[in-house]
Design a binder for this molecule. Structure first.
Ligand code: AMP
Length: 174
């Protein structure tokens, strides 16, 4: 996926020194690249039975909502604490930079639902693993996790044991 990779802008030292921030706005603002990214993200799931995409705030909303539309599934947001208005379930996790938590509406997932987790980027894996835990706690099954970008040098996949992972662009060492 060398061509898609060229649309990602690396911003050194953002939001703090030592972090190479992978900016996807440079991909999103190109109509062909955006469409291609969503198409490729959805490819392994077209024949699968999926009830909902769980998209992680906030860039996971952009790709996750587009993927849900393309796959004909529902969309359930996993948000930062305090943003969802109704009754939520919360899971804390360690981020590449800082500690955070993710919440989901308790009625967002029903028992037996087949869920695809979508985010823009897999770094240490804490965020996606927390979202997957919330899905499982509510009785859903995570059939896969799809990311536009993986920072594979951080080894985040290990936190998503038993979840098949689909990634379009790898940054193996930065
Ligand atoms: P993690 O929990 O470490 O896998 O972090 C993944 C989440 O943090 C995703 O929602 C990303 O959007 C964001 N993130 C972490 N590291 C970066 C980075 N280097 N560039 C852009 N976003 C990042």
């Amino acid at each position: 996926m060398a061509e898609l990779k060229s649309f990602i802008r690396n911003v050194p030292d953002f939001p703090r020194k030592g972090i190479g921030f992978k900016d996807i706005t440079t991909l999103l603002k190109n109509a062909n690249a955006f469409r291609r990214a969503v198409d490729e993200l959805c490819k392994p799931y077209r024949e699968k039975k999926i009830d909902a995409v769980v998209g992680i705030e906030s860039r996971g909303f952009i790709l996750g909502a587009a993927a849900a539309y393309a796959l004909g599934t529902a969309f359930v947001p996993a948000r930062k604490p305090g943003k969802l208005p109704a009754e939520t379930l919360k899971e804390e996790y360690a981020l590449e930079y800082g500690v955070d938590a993710v919440e989901i509406h308790r009625d967002g997932i029903q028992k037996g639902m087949q869920i695809l987790v979508v985010d823009d980027l897999l770094a240490t894996g804490g965020t996606a693993a927390a979202a997957a835990k919330l899905v499982k706690k509510l009785g859903g099954t995570v059939i896969g996790a799809a990311f536009l970008i993986e920072l594979s040098f951080l080894g985040g996949r290990k936190k998503l044991k038993n979840v098949p992972i689909h990634v379009l662009i790898d940054f193996p060492n930065e």
